[in-house]
Design a protein around this ligand. Structure first.
Ligand code: ADP
Length: 505
């Protein structure tokens, strides 16, 4: 079908929470083909979320094969493999059979929420993480504590553990059978390792004391590697035989890389169900005083790591879904824009979407959602606009927390995710932040980031500058709101947020 490829090609695997995808790019960074398969979401009880790791590995193989067939490419045309994955999802498997001993415990699963008792900041200085339900290490420990005999088998070296990247790399490089007499690779990259609660953020090594306290035997953990550089080669008789794997990044870090946020002070925000913002803080890990996480952004082999501050907002696009499904004031998400555009302002209405409390940077579990400032004049157009403003104002709060923690203020914000189709939202975001907002030509930033990383690791791309040149800005918005209006909007928001406090126990 596609006659000319600029070889070598790059195959990128994007293993996400709901599906596994493969994108094939050429050496000029153009996407030639892709394929995607969804996997089952398993909910054994309230708050628990699991995946079948074997189903996911199978889907990854099928996605790679289907994408290769789509563009009629031969394995020898592929020069590098990149991998990005759902972060913090934990797998424990039998080294000899290659079978997981339990379903993978997914990042969203809350069963390990009380890992640090009532002190979520217990390991903050060493790991950059809050000890809440997300990190992968306590999920591994949970499996060892709940599968018969697992802990003894782990200590005897019979079991292997890892995040999704580790599981896929082990399988890609041969699994239980190994490859041509060599055992499969049991490795992870620094960005994934930085989400376990087991890695020292500064030495980039497993910390024996953390492993002890969380309850994970170090013997079952993978070797931590830089994100960019050769990890190993895919199994010689498998899919993509002998192709080097040269870039591995957790999904949000991949998006940061895919947005070419290469300089200290570069930031991206992903507007999906929730909001995920990352700020590149360069070679220094800044431990947050404002409820943000500190994480490794990436590391090129032989170079110092690059760190990032990360802030998540629980309710982003899901507020638009709520307008659609619960209130019924829009028929689809796009209508939030056409409605909101019919009025010049939200008439003093604020929606604080604290559906399950407020996360970064306020961390108020006692908050619940409020709509304030209602008058008889207000109609659904103002509510739609207030919903978009809430998204922008929550992003402002995270941005300000990041600057306060690091002393680094971004000059512009790069954006991606489903909500960025909303042009009015983008203009409002530029207004509220008082900075330019840039939308890339291709918003598949996660998959692209892993592909760029792999291309850099293999030398297909020679430098970060070359990659930055591939990332085109499709559209940019500059602030148009006056300072006075902006201050009024932010002041009103702060008053509204205070009204949300104390509404839950
Ligand atoms: P996720 O990856 O978290 O599933 P996506 O990046 O696919 O999310 O984005 C989907 C979200 O974006 C949904 O919550 C949806 O309500 C919201 N969304 C999609 N299009 C628009 C739009 N035009 N305006 C506002 N929100 C939108």
């Amino acid at each position: 079908m596609v006659a000319v490829h600029h070889t070598p090609l790059i195959a990128t695997i994007d293993q996400g929470t709901t599906s596994s995808r493969c994108l094939i790019l050429d050496a000029a960074g153009q996407v030639l083909g892709s394929a995607q398969f969804e996997h089952e979401q398993i909910f054994p009880r309230q708050g628990w979320v699991e995946h079948d790791a074997l189903e996911i590995w199978d889907n990854v193989r099928r996605a790679v094969s289907a994408a290769m067939v789509e563009i009629d490419a031969a394995p020898q045309d592929v020069g590098a493999i990149g991998l990005t994955n759902q972060r913090e999802t934990a797998v424990v498997w039998d080294k000899r059979t290659g079978r997981p001993i339990h379903n993978a415990i997914v990042w969203q699963d809350t069963r390990t929420a009380d890992v640090a008792g009532d002190d979520p900041r217990r390991w903050l200085e060493r790991t950059g993480l809050l000890a809440n339900s997300y990190p992968a290490g306590p999920k591994i420990a949970w499996i060892l504590d709940h599968v018969d005999g697992a802990r003894q088998r782990a200590e005897a070296g019979e079991l292997l553990a890892g995040t999704m990247d580790t599981w896929l790399l082990w399988n890609l490089t041969g699994g239980a059978a190994g490859d041509a007499g060599r055992p499969a690779l049991h490795v992870t990259d620094v960005t994934n390792a930085s989400r376990t609660l087991l890695m020292d953020l500064r030495t980039l090594q497993w910390d024996p004391q953390l492993c002890e306290e969380v309850g994970v035997p170090p013997a079952m953990l993978p070797e931590i590697r830089p994100s960019i550089g050769e990890f190993g080669r895919a199994r010689s008789r498998g899919i993509l035989p002998g192709v080097p794997i040269t870039g591995v990044l957790g999904d949000q870090q991949a998006a940061l890389f895919g947005q070419a946020c290469f300089a200290e002070g570069d930031a991206k925000n992903t507007y999906g169900t929730g909001l995920f913002m990352l700020l590149n803080t360069g070679p220094t890990p800044h431990i947050s005083r404002h409820g943000l996480l500190t994480t490794v952004a990436w590391q090129v082999a032989g170079q110092a790591p690059v760190y990032a501050l990360e802030g998540s907002v629980a309710v982003g696009g899901s507020l638009i879904q709520w307008l659609r499904d619960q209130l019924g004031i829009v028929r689809d998400a796009a209508e939030s824009e056409t409605l909101a555009a019919q009025v010049d302002d939200s008439a003093g209405v604020y929606i604080v979407p604290a559906f399950s409390g407020l996360f970064a940077p306020r961390w108020r579990a006692d908050a619940r959602g409020v709509i304030v400032g209602l008058t008889r004049y207000v109609d659904r157009r103002h509510l739609a606009r207030a919903a978009l403003e809430a998204t922008c104002l929550q992003t402002l709060e995270v941005t300000e927390a990041m600057s306060a923690d690091s002393g680094v203020a971004p000059e512009r914000l790069r954006v991606d995710g489903g909500m960025v189709a909303n042009d009015l939202l983008m203009q409002l975001q530029a207004d509220v932040l008082g900075m330019d907002v840039q939308r890339p030509a291709n918003i598949e930033t996660t998959a692209l980031g892993a592909a760029y990383a792999a291309g850099l690791g293999e030398g297909i791309f020679s430098s970060l500058e070359e990659i930055a040149g591939l990332v085109g800005v499709e559209r940019s918005w500059s602030p148009t709101m006056g300072d006075k209006d902006r201050r009024k909007l932010v002041d009103g928001w702060n008053t509204a947020v205070e009204k949300s406090y104390g509404l839950a126990d």
